[in-house]
Ligand binder design. Structure first.
Ligand SMILES: [Zn+2]
Length: 151
């Protein structure tokens, strides 16, 4: 579904998976379909994408586009964020006991920084926040607001 408000937020998430455990878009699709997230339907192919983020950053620092920016995500219902925010998710975010933990690899940190800068260039007035700034959660297991405050 298309957004009905301009993007004013860049929101960082994690997959809440342990160190060295990769997550594919296909797997995210299964999780988010099971959670009954509203899918993005590709107008050309009719293919439904349930994964709710816009971008996914893998352990090796590569990333995948999941939803176009002009489409609503499904990642934070609070404060109308699905309509307002573009979302970037990194793979990881908990330790081996499922406790919140900043597990980002150096490659993920570099890619996240590049993507946040790119988004900030595209949406100069957008605030940069973590999911936890809008919901009672630990996600993304680091202080995104602070880390990206100079961008
Ligand atoms: Zn999140």
């Amino acid at each position: 579904m298309k957004r009905t408000t301009p993007i004013d937020t860049i929101m960082i998430h994690c997959t809440a998976t342990p160190p060295r455990r990769e997550v594919s878009v296909a797997e995210l699709n299964r999780w988010h379909e099971a959670a009954r997230f509203e899918p993005y339907v590709d107008p050309k192919t009719g293919i439904k994408t349930y994964a709710g983020y816009h971008l996914l950053v893998h352990l090796d620092g590569s990333y995948e586009r999941i939803r176009p920016d002009d489409q609503r995500g499904q990642h934070c219902p609070q404060s109308n964020m699905n309509n307002r925010a573009v979302s970037i998710c990194y793979v990881g975010g908990v330790d081996n006991n499922n406790k919140p933990c900043d597990t980002r690899t150096e490659a993920q940190k570099r890619t996240l920084l590049t993507l946040v800068r790119t988004m900030r260039g595209r949406y100069p007035k957008a605030q940069i926040v973590g999911h936890r700034d809008y919901a009672p959660k630990a996600c993304p297991s680091f202080d995104a607001k602070k880390e990206y405050s100079a961008i």
